[in-house]
Design a protein around this ligand. Structure first.
Ligand code: ACO
Length: 398
């Protein structure tokens, strides 16, 4: 029997702080309104040169340093995100390249704010099955890039950031003890971020238009509030039952950091003190899939986790989705010397150089073989293609 233990953690928040007072200069709102309704004081906003992949890299590099595991030993990289730079390639593949994790499989996971717990569960199960030994699970978001900055109902809530954990297989019982994943797609209209396939494009001169969908976050705040308070308590009770534990066994609950009032209401439903929940939403805002691993780092830094504690992660969000995991915290991180830290940084510089060399090599092989560049291929295809006259064009003309 293999057990998936968390052996490393890391997080990264961009430098730029956006306070509630700053927001009051953008939309009609106030610090008082935002703070009393959500508990948020400030959030971080990614710099122009940063992206979801670069934030993910910073968090992942820190997590691997604590785990003291070189990146080529990673078997699987899962990045939970709703704000990838590309639909494909995945952010996870970009991260695999930045880290030089040359033996890792990599994919993105879309489960909105529940994504990190979904990813943790997938990776822990892969380790328990014996198919892999080391997994990197990351939550990373640049929510600031998908907000309507004129919609005061949503733009005040979110922030940018990334968090990561390293899971490693061991014969010692512990680590991720149980997880539960759930979804209710009937609530998909309550919280959404439309993408390209919701935006019809002209084909052969005809637009298959069925309405314009802006690619920004849409939310029914009140309904999401109701959903969240219910599923937090249900999901925690489910996962504890699965792990054969009770609420009394749990030292700390790290919920998705959406809103202090949601957590207070859920704590009442569970009949536990709100102190049992760790919250840092006041400083980071809602960073969607990144919020739980960022809060984990903060909780560790604040001395809220002791060896052999049982802790619970609970995520909830768009989909609708929700998920919980219960973990036995049995970590003694190794000392990371300055030499090891520097060697690790050098490895990442080498990984970037390797990518450049591989790309140049592909270009050279194409040039020697006389293959056209991708741009020339496209131009050529344009010249050769005689488009069939579409049935819909005919219908329009008649
Ligand atoms: N500043 C000032 N006034 C505002 C703001 C704002 N930023 N936003 C809305 N208002 C106004 C509205 O226009 C409305 O005014 P009206 O009464 O004159 O029409 C009034 O405040 C009440 O609006 P509601 O939307 O009903 O406000 P509510 O009390 O529900 O609070 C909030 C809104 C904070 C979003 C709340 O619904 C909430 O916490 N929902 C949970 C959603 C959440 O946290 N989502 C996070 C993403 S999902 C996830 O991570 C799971």
């Amino acid at each position: 029997m293999r057990y998936a233990h968390i052996v490393g953690w890391g997080c990264y928040l961009p430098e730029h702080v956006l306070t509630n007072d700053d927001l009051a200069n953008i939309v009609e709102t106030s610090h008082e309104w935002i703070y009393t309704r959500t508990g948020i004081r400030e959030r971080r906003i990614a710099a122009d040169k940063e992206s979801t992949a670069t934030l993910a890299f910073e968090a992942a590099a820190r997590a691997l340093a604590i785990a003291n595991i070189p990146s080529p030993k990673v078997d699987l990289i899962i990045v939970a995100t709703s704000t990838p730079e590309y639909i494909f390639p995945s952010t996870a593949s970009q991260l695999q390249d930045y880290l030089g994790a040359t033996r890792a499989g990599a994919f993105d996971l879309s489960a909105a704010c529940s994504g990190f717990v979904y990813g943790l569960s997938m990776a822990a199960n892969a380790i328990a099955s014996g198919s892999i030994d080391v997994a990197l699970v990351v939550g990373a978001e640049t929510m600031s890039r998908v907000l309507d900055w004129q919609d005061r109902g949503t733009c005040i809530l979110f922030g940018d950031g990334a968090g990561a954990v390293v899971l490693r297989g061991s014969d010692v019982p512990g680590g991720v003890l149980a997880s539960t994943l759930r979804s209710d797609g009937s609530g998909s209209n309550l919280l959404s971020l439309p993408n390209l396939s919701r935006n019809p494009v002209p084909i052969y001169g005809t637009t298959y238009a069925n309405g314009h969908h802006k690619q920004t976050v849409h939310m029914n705040g009140r309904q999401v509030f109701r959903f969240a308070t219910k599923v937090i308590s249900d999901s925690i009770e489910d996962v504890l039952e699965k792990a054969n534990l009770s609420m009394d066994d749990v030292s700390l609950i790290i919920p998705h950091q959406a809103n202090v009032r949601i957590v207070e209401t859920a704590a009442k439903r569970l009949n536990v003190s709100v102190e049992r929940f760790f919250l840092n939403v006041d400083r980071a805002g809602n960073t969607s899939a990144a919020s739980i691993p960022i809060a984990l780092c903060d909780a560790i830094q604040n001395g809220r986790l002791q060896r052999d504690d049982h802790i619970v992660f609970v995520g909830f969000g768009g989909g609708l989705t929700w998920a919980s995991a219960v973990i036995k915290w049995d970590v003694t991180p190794p000392e990371v010397t300055a030499l090891r830290r520097n060697l690790r940084r050098a490895r990442y510089v080498f990984a970037r150089a390797r990518t450049r060399i591989l790309r140049l090599g592909r270009q050279f092989v194409a040039w020697v073989g006389g293959s056209p560049t991708p741009e020339a291929r496209l131009k050529d295809a344009d010249k050769k293609t005689t488009l069939p006259k579409s049935k819909i064009d005919d219908d329009h003309e008649s």
